[in-house]
Design a protein around this ligand. Structure first.
Ligand code: ACO
Length: 325
């Protein structure tokens, strides 16, 4: 029998502290009007005393509780993040220890805002191989660690949060199609966490942990390249945009979603959005959105809806999955 993978449960968690655009306007030269009209963002959650693994652990614990599955039954945990607590140990191994998933192997995956889509694609292959039955895939970020709080061009855009899914073996196919892409040649348009050389045997280089972005270039990339690859994928699997019930897109900027919807000839009503509440949470944005859509009844997880999930960002990376949810 061929093995398939199915998303059987979803969860998300964000830190309590909410920072409104007006709060930012008190510490930098910006305004609610500028931020909300250019991006749609009105507020974001910012961690006060929690690390990325704390947010991811809340999500994993919630997935286990909601599904009533013992932690020992989990075969693997993947955390997509560009803001790990540390390079070593990984965020995922901290989650594994915290929830007691003693049988699981665990690792982090780094693909910026495409991280959750890339991780889910990888996890689906592991379940479809027949070797593993249950895996947890989480996107978790504390971007407030890497943002330069004196740079208004980036500081207003990002937030902290985590979301994830439980993936289980299924007899029915749910993952219908995918296309994953990278273009390292354009990598310098979005950078963070640059580590210099420090050894006495090297030419010294500077560290630069701050996130820096060529906003215009990323905006253009999203609208042109990402939309084109979404259109091609829909065509390749002999669907039309009308056949997709819901577009779960990376939540960077509402104007990007409007332009994508327009180019694809789809009503913006099919594009749920929550960057108003959370800002851009990179790898966490799609699973937070998915979890909210399940909570508010827009998505039922009963196999009746064709959804398209698409992430895009640093690397550059972009990737899209078509999934029966
Ligand atoms: N408040 C007030 N004014 C501002 C702010 C701010 N926060 N930021 C910039 N400005 C000013 C600029 O200085 C500029 O002023 P000037 O004309 O006097 O020089 C003016 O506003 C216009 O700036 P632009 O950068 O041209 O503004 P633009 O309309 O391009 O919007 C934005 C910028 C919102 C960043 C947009 O380019 C964008 O959304 N890009 C995509 C970002 C994105 O999607 N990132 C996702 C990937 S993130 C990841 O992978 C981790």
């Amino acid at each position: 029998m061929t093995a398939h993978a199915k998303i059987s449960q979803v969860a998300h968690y964000v830190p309590d502290q909410v920072i409104h655009n007006d709060d930012l306007a008190r510490i930098m030269d910006t305004s609610d009007e500028w931020i909300s009209s250019r991006t749609g963002i009105r507020k974001r959650h910012i961690a006060r005393d929690q690390q990325t693994s704390d947010l991811a652990t809340k999500v994993a614990a919630s997935l286990l509780e909601k599904s009533q599955i013992p932690a020992e039954a989990i075969d693997f945990i993947i955390v997509a993040t560009i803001t790990p607590d540390s390079n070593m140990p990984s965020t995922a191994t901290k989650v594994q220890a915290a929830v007691g998933a003693h049988q699981a192997f665990a690792y982090d995956l780094s693909a910026a805002c495409s991280g959750f889509v890339f991780a889910l694609s990888t996890a689906e292959k592991m379940i479809a191989s027949g070797r593993y039955q249950k895996g947890i895939v989480i996107g978790a970020e504390i971007l407030s660690k890497t943002v330069d709080w004196s740079d208004r061009t980036t500081a207003v855009l990002f937030g902290d949060g985590a979301g994830g899914v439980l993936l289980e073996a299924s007899s029915e196919p749910h993952f219908l199609a995918e296309s994953l892409h990278s273009d390292g040649g354009r990598g310098q348009s979005l950078v963070s966490g640059i580590q210099g050389l420090h050894s006495p045997f090297s030419d010294k280089q500077e560290d630069d942990s701050y996130l820096k972005m060529d906003g215009r270039a990323i905006f253009e990339f999203a609208i042109r390249d990402v939309t084109k690859s979404i259109g091609k994928l829909i065509e390749d699997c002999q669907l039309t945009a009308d056949d997709i019930d819901i577009f779960l897109m990376h939540q960077a900027n509402f104007r990007i979603l409007e332009k994508m919807a327009q180019k694809l000839g789809v009503s913006i009503d099919k594009f749920p959005a929550n960057m108003m509440e959370y800002g851009n949470t990179s790898a966490a944005s799609i699973p937070i959105l998915l979890s909210e859509c399940v909570a508010n009844g827009n998505i039922k997880l009963d196999g009746s809806q064709t959804t398209l999930m698409s992430g895009f960002g640093g690397g550059l990376t972009w990737g899209t999955l078509v999934i029966k949810l």
